[in-house]
Write a protein that binds this ligand. Sequence first.
Ligand code: AMP
Length: 322
Amino acid sequence: MMRSNSINAAITVPILFSLLICNTMAFVPHHIAPKWGNVNLYESTDNINPSVDDFAEVNLAQVLGLRRVKKMLRKYKRESNSMVTTEVAVTAVPASPSAAESINTADSPLRVIIAGAPASGKGTQCEIIKKNFDVVHLSTGDMLRAAVAAETDVGKLAKEYMDAGKLVPDDVIIGVVKDRLAEEDCIKKGWLLDGFPRTSAQADALAESGISADCFLFLNVPDNKLVERVVGRRTDPETGKIYHMTFSPPEDEEILARLEQRSDDTEEKVKVRLEQFHTNVEAVKGSYTDIAVEIEGDSKPENVAESIKKAIQQKIPGAASK
Ligand code: AMP
C-alpha cells in the first residue's frame, strides 16, 4: 500500500508541477517571466517537459484547486514585481463561471469593495457610489447592527464583539456575506461591499467561493483625524443620515434633538477598532493588489467622491454612472 502510494506520488507530483509551470507560463509575458533561484522558469519549460502542448487544454484550477493556482499567480506577481493584469489571473483560472466572469465590461454588473479605517468616510461615499452606479450597497456593520437589533442568532453572537469594538469571528460574518451576495438583486445590479473583507480569512473565503471584485477602493485617512471624526459622529435614526457635531451639524433643531451616537463610537472603543484595523489591513490589501486604488480620504466628501468615480471608471472602462 505504502509502496503504491509513493509510486503514485512519484508519478503525479512531477506531472502536476509541469502542468502548473507550463500553463502559468502560457499567460505570463516573456519579459516578466519569474525566476526561482537562478532558473528562469520560462526558458526552462522545454527542459522540464518537452511535450508541453499535450497539456494546453488542461484546466489547472480543476487539477490543483482554484485557491492554489491563485496563490501561485499572486506569488509570481510579487516576485516579478510587475504588472500582471487582472486578465492574466482570470484567463489562467477559468474554474467556474463566476471566476471566469471577473473582468467587468460595460454590460456586466459592477462589483466593488470599499475599505478603510473606522470613520474614514466609507458610509458617506457608499451613498454617493450607490446613486452614481446603481449598485446594491452591503455594509457588514449595518447588517450586523440590524441582526443585533432583531436579536437573531447572528446578532446574539456578534453583539459582545461589537460592543467591545472587536471584530466578529470570521465564520459568523463570512456566511452572512456569501448568502447575501448570492441573492438576485446583487447578481443583477452588482454590489458595493463595505466593511468586508476585513481579514485575510474573509478575503480567502470570497476567493474560494469564486466571488471576485472589479475594483478595491481604499480610503486613506490619518489616525488622528479618524478619532476626531468618530467621537463627533451622530446618526439620524429616521433618515440614516450621518452628521458630525463639529464639521457638519444639522441646522434643524428637531433633527439635532433626535441624533444618536453609536455605542462603539467612543474614544476608548475606537482605539480598539483602529488596532484591529491596523492588524489586518495589509493582509487584506495584499489580496487585491491587481484591482486596488488608494484614495486620499482626508479631503472634502465631494472631492473624495470625484476621485472614487474616476477610479471606478478607470478600473472598469464603460462602468455607467448616472
Ligand atoms: P462598521 O460599521 O463597519 O464600523 O462595523 C461595526 C462593527 O461591526 C465592527 O467594529 C465589528 O465589530 C463588526 N464588523 C463589521 N464588519 C465586520 C467584518 N467584516 N468582520 C468582522 N466584524 C465586522
